[in-house]
Structures are given as structure tokens and as C-alpha cells.
Design a protein around this ligand. Sequence first.
Ligand code: SAH
Length: 374
Amino acid sequence: MTTEIEDLASLPQLKFIPPRRTPPPQHLADLGAKGAKELCSTHGISGYRVDQVGRHWYSRLSSDFDSYTDLPSQTRSEIAKLLLPTLLNEVRTITCDNGTTAKTLWKLHDGALIESVLMRYRDRSTVCISSQAGCGMACPFCATGQGGLTRNLSVGEIVCQVQRAAADMEHGAMSGGPGKLSNVVFMGMGEPLANYNTILTAIRRMIDPSPNGLGLSARGITVSTVGLVPRIRQLADEGIPVTLAVSLHAPDDELRNELVPVNQRWNLREVLDAAWYYTRQTKRRVSIEYAMIRDINDQEWRGDRLGRLLKGHLAHVNLIPLNPTPGSKWTASRPEDEQKFVEAIERHGVPVTVRDTRGREIDGACGQLAAKES
Ligand code: SAH
């Protein structure tokens, strides 16, 4: 006689049972105003308290509950803790570039690790955030890709990264004095379009005005993807003018299959067609990300081919000098090769920029800090 367990295990789809994780606590950002008001009512708390808390957290960018003085002092901390549970525990923050770059490693409620990086420039400040703990896309040059996917982040865990960065800017924690957070890029750990509904709600919380959101501009938010074609098309139809970045890294399927393995599912042609659909629907320029890897994808003929593919489309190329990951045999391109590559693209009239390499000395590349910790 077989036991019940054996019967279950014989079903192929149940052979892999993922570890059961308790979901992160529900946060104001997860609940939204309506959900938060419902939760409050089950605790005998009036709905307008949600708006008060929202103004403190999203607009004043304060997590100091003692300063929420319009809440009754006896129940202040109960209300605040109910709506604003701690989701991100700071493990360590490392700064460089004279205090204008700060990278933080966060531990989540279940021990999962993620990173975010705040970068201040003369005319703007950008936070690079994670959408997943780990990543399932397995790009061989990326530190996060090597560890696999741990789990999706919740709306709260994503929005808290942005709120913390906005608070650090507002309260002058970055060198240069108080300022405003202007940009958010989904270029930390994870594939944002593989956590689609969550990042979409998180984006709404970023752009909604006070007291329901951070009031950021949608145009200042960039969603970067390996090229999950159906999701790119879906995002194009949402009517939210966020910037799309596509991690191309090769202008031919043969090499892209290796550098971005999901290309074996949706090839270059399909990815670019989806990108042009995005430009048609949103009228927004797509950013083509291309990590420059010495003698792998940086040949002049590949630059020419890339220029040819993008010519006449609403696109610009963002070259990223490879940030070598520990143990990798790959490194960044030689300056003279990079220059020839840039010129080959420009000959087709396609705009190119080379991204600055902020945070190199603090393991700035995606996933490096978390990989070291674990
Ligand atoms: N999964 C998404 C977003 C996260 S990575 C994506 O792939 O677009 C953000 C960008 O950093 C991507 O273009 C990615 O390919 C690039 N990247 C990852 N590791 C890198 C490294 N070691 N050096 C340079 N760029 C890297």
C-alpha cells in the first residue's frame, strides 16, 4: 500500500514543493486607502486616520511615529504600527562618490536580502530598487542571476525602498543637503515584469498624490526588463507614461541566447517589436541597455548591427561598462573598442550614452552586495 505522501509525490507537478513562506505583513502601501480603511474599521479606528498616516508617511516622509501628533497620543503607536509595519531592516549602508552614492542592503521579514542604491547628481537624484529577492532570469554576467529567484517582493517592500530614499533626500542624509528624489529605476535585483501586478500597484503608489502616494512623476520611473514580450505589450496599454528600458546586450540571437537566456523564449525580433509597440502606444523613447563585455559583444560590427536595428525608431542606447562579478571571466570593454562601438551606432543616427559607473567600489553591480552577504 502506498502512503498518501507517496501518492502525492508521484504526481509530477507536485514533486517540487516550494518552501512555505509567510507573506510579509500588510502595509499601507499594500492595502491602499480603501483596504487600510477597512482594516482600521475592524480595529475600531476611524477611516480618516488613514489619510493622516498617509500624509505623514508619503508626504512628510516621516517614520517617526512620535511626530504624528494629530493622532491621539494613547493610540498613536497602535495605529501607526498597524498601517506601517517594518518591512525593511537595514543591514548595512555603504557610501562612495563623496557621499553622493549610498547602497543599502536590506533584510526582509523572512531573512531574504535585497539592495537599493540612491545616487545624487547635480540636477536629479535616482533610486535604483529591487522588485524581487534574487532573480530567475539567469543572465550569466549578472551577480543576482547566479543565485536564482528567492521570491517576489510585495508592493509594500518595493514602495518602502522608494519612500526611504525620498526621506533620505528630504532630510539631508545625502551629501549636498536636503533635496528631492526625482527618479526611480527598477534596475536592482529581480525582473520587474515577472512580478507584474505588484510593480504596477507599486508604481501607482509612487505617482499617486498625497495622502495616497509619494507624488512622483511617472516619467521619472524606469522599468527595466530582459524582454518579457507579453508583459511589455501589457505595460504599453496601461496608460502610465513610465520609461521602458530593454536589456538587449546583443544584436543577434546567437549571442543573446547566451547573455540573456530568456531570448530562447522571445527572440530579438519579438522583443524589439514589443519595444516599438511601446513607443507607439506611449510616445515615449525606449532605452536600450547594453552591457559592454570585452571581446564578447563589443565588436564594431555588432555596434553597426545594433544601429541598423534601432535606426528610425524612438530609442536611445545606454551602454553600461560591465561591472565584473566575482569569479567571472568577463570584464569591461577596452576604451578604444567602446569608442568604435559608439561611433558605429551613431553612424545610423541613433543616440548613444555611456552610463557612468557609480558605486563600482561598493559592489555597485546588481546583486553583488547581497551575494557577498549570503
Ligand atoms: N531584470 C531587469 C532589471 C535588473 S538589472 C533587466 O534585466 O533589465 C538592470 C540592468 O543592469 C540590466 O540591463 C542588466 O543587464 C544590467 N546588469 C546586470 N549585471 C550587470 C553587470 N555585472 N555589469 C553591467 N550591467 C549589469
